[in-house]
Design a protein around this ligand. Structure first.
Ligand code: SIN
Ligand code: CO
Length: 399
């Protein structure tokens, strides 16, 4: 992969950015996207927040029910008409799952592993709107899409920093501006923030749209629980604590060192399985963000129909929001991971499927491609492009 200076990273190469900033310290990038045009407007965002199945929040600093009132969508359109002129924020998660022009922004972030991505959240706020000074556990690139937002950073926050009690947000009780860490972002400017940094962004215009490209990292708690569950499923009942080497205990009530060593070995040796770790890791990192959004096909796809369609010039699309990754194995084979499942295939097929390369008739030259495509279409991870008539029907149904 070329390591050119990237405008997106303020003229730094990916290597320089990762070495000097990633997970370490914030970086303000003026003009990360020169002449940036927002891929969405506030009305579109409000429209998404009214749709069933789309995760959204409305945060009011001076809500009727108290300060920092949070309401969760879907919202009735009337809600927006009743809001005050300032001091509120609408946040919509995973906008990249619904708007292809928003998903296209992800192509600029290939200097990071795709499976680290959580989603693209977009917020709209009139003047004074913010979600309060807070801290997130995610790396985030905050791209100003339109209007202006004043960002203040407050340095790294301890895990046990007091947060305001009784509200549905992790707002910090104390926020102290770190000298020199205050900027007003204009369209196309971007701020990178590592996890654990206190930040506070307040809108300074009536068209403030902020795009958050968020990267997740599983916590030790989630990873251990999930991996242990995955491993546990395949273990026979006979695989258990055993002590055929035991000598008479000096005190039958004591948990002695030998017992502890046997238990430690049982757990650690069982879990120390690199092949299983890879299978679990690929599955867990490609789990869909919203399982319900995967729409399996109603009728199973026939291999012959698929092949004929592709030879007719059709292209298959990766469903927006579907997650793809792969792992190469020492035996020359690979596993393609898609939306929480693993599929054995050749390295070349895995690489193509997990890239943004077109999925067309050329792919059929690879052993097993037809069967893989059928499975992924039937699971909903791949889809046929909607033709114009279908778009029209969809718009009418939706109106
Ligand atoms: C916002 O867009 O208002 C908040 C984004 C964030 O602080 O993570
Ligand atoms: Co935040």
């Amino acid at each position: 992969m070329p390591d050119d200076a990237l405008t997106l990273l303020g003229g730094r190469s990916a290597t320089e950015f990762l070495r000097d900033y990633w997970q370490q310290k914030p970086l303000l990038i003026r003009g990360a996207y020169p002449d940036f045009e927002s891929p969405i407007d506030p009305n579109d965002l409000a429209g998404l927040a009214c749709e069933e199945g789309i995760e959204s929040r409305l945060v009011e600093e001076h809500g009727k029910e108290g300060p920092w009132q949070v309401r969760h969508g879907p919202f009735d359109e009337k809600v927006f008409a009743e809001l005050p002129e300032q001091d509120w924020t609408l946040l919509v998660q995973a906008v990249d799952h619904y708007i292809p022009e928003v998903a296209a922004l992800l192509e600029d972030f290939t200097f990071l592993p795709r499976w680290r991505l959580d989603d693209i959240m977009i917020s709209y706020a009139p003047p004074g709107g913010s979600v309060g000074p807070h801290v997130d556990q995610y790396d985030v690139f905050l791209l100003q899409a339109s209007g202006r937002r004043r960002w203040q950073l407050g340095g790294r926050v301890a895990d046990d920093a007091p947060i305001v009690q009784g509200i549905d947000l992790k707002i910090l009780e104390r926020f102290e501006l770190e000298p020199g860490h205050e900027w007003v972002l204009e369209p196309g400017d971007m701020l990178y923030l590592p996890p654990g940094w206190a930040h506070h962004g307040v809108s300074e215009s009536d068209d403030c749209l902020t795009v958050s490209v968020g990267f997740r990292a599983p916590s030790a708690d989630e990873a251990i629980t999930s991996f242990a569950d995955y491993m546990g499923e395949g273990l026979p009942a006979s695989h258990r604590y055993a002590d055929p080497d035991m000598t008479p205990p000096s005190d039958p009530a004591e948990l002695d060192d030998e017992a502890l060593a046997r238990m430690r070995a049982l757990i650690l040796d069982t879990l120390d399985d690199p092949a299983q770790l890879a299978q679990w890791f690929g599955r867990v990192m490609t789990q869909p963000k919203y399982v319900d959004q995967l729409q399996p096909s109603e009728t199973p796809t026939e291999v012959d129909t698929l092949v004929a369609e592709l030879h007719n010039g059709a292209e298959i699309e990766r469903t927006l929001g579907s997650r793809f990754a792969y792992r190469l194995h020492d035996d020359g084979e690979a596993t393609l991971f898609v939306d929480g499942d693993g599929f054995a295939c050749s390295p070349i097929l895995a690489r193509i499927m997990a890239s943004t390369a077109p999925i067309d008739a050329d792919l059929l030259g690879h052993e097993g491609a037809d069967r893989l495509l059928v499975q992924l279409l039937d699971r909903g991870s791949l889809s046929w492009p909607m033709d114009d008539d279908e778009y029209d029907d969809w718009d009418e149904d939706d109106a």
